[in-house]
Design a protein around this ligand. Sequence first.
Ligand code: MG
Length: 394
Amino acid sequence: MTPVRLPTSPGAQHLAPYACRDDRSRGRRYPEPAPSYRGEFQRDRDRIVHSAAFRRLEYKTQVFVSHEGDMFRTRLTHSLEVAQISRTIARVLGLNEDLCEGIALAHDLGHTPFGHAGQDALNTCMTPYGGFEHNLQSLRVVDVLEEKYAEFPGLNLTFETREGILKHCAREHAAALGDVGERFLTGRQPSLEAQVTNRADEIAYNSHDVDDGLRAGFLTVERLRETALFRGAHDEVQGRWPGLPLRRTIHEVIRRMIHRQVVDLVDATAAAVAERGPDGVDSIRAAGEPLVRFGPVMHERHLELKRFLSEHLYRHYRVHRMALKARRIVRELFEAFMADRRILPPDSQAHLRELEEREGPSGAARGIADYVAGMTDRFAIREHARIYQPTELT
Ligand code: MG
């Protein structure tokens, strides 16, 4: 069967001159023939969707532990919301939607179980061995840890998708990462698609944490009205539909919050891009600051909401209790495996030996961190019980 050959790259349509085009990609670490009926970034996205780490996002959480209720966001639904928001922004700005979607779906692949509490605990455990950063781990998942293809480790994604996944990186790690680490040493910017997805991530979690926080009863409408972004949307909904039931009111408010942030971001970014007049991706990367931004008023409102959530949701006493348990589970799992690696499954023992031969003792710790970071919330809880509870089956 002759493969279908399209006359132009499917990703090259309707793109602004400063968008990433997949026919001009900086390529993959292991060169591969171009796909025959998809663009390079579509192929990246498809590889991400078929990865094991992507499926595990369903049982990993952001703020609420996944068994606390089926109504809360998980990392999977969060990633889908980020993809939706970033694609909308990308399309209106003439950027590459496929690239944004791939970055969005992969951006949290390296997260530990139990959100930030789990990440902090694993970072503390790993401090003597080079630390643990979830952004770096997301890159490690797609570069190394996924075992699926005959000819290369990881998913062998394009430079542009990998660049977008590595949102932050400490300088001391950047040098070892080659091309994707470079910008953290030279102060360059990532593509506009990476910048858009980064902002879409913030818009998504600020908005859905308000929704989940209200549903959990940790936040109240009265307190949330202290923030201008919520208050403005709430006033409009109440004015238009007085007496609307709470559930519908909240959704109408949240959708307005997302809409207003997206519209503001599109307008401010379009103005920043027009002012600078970049002629290609290289001038985006060379700009001294990100061009994807909110206008000054929305920027303030966005920060105000962030501060509010940090004070009233992330520091709620019940969130602290969840975090305390989460940190203990992650720490005790790490300690148990460090003390006796024979209790690890055989394939993890093999992975650990390989790393140890290459890197010494810190390689062994890294192998354990890979195993713990890959766990879902529920697997970590079960694994902890299997190791520490004498009455549990092993
Ligand atoms: Mg995220």
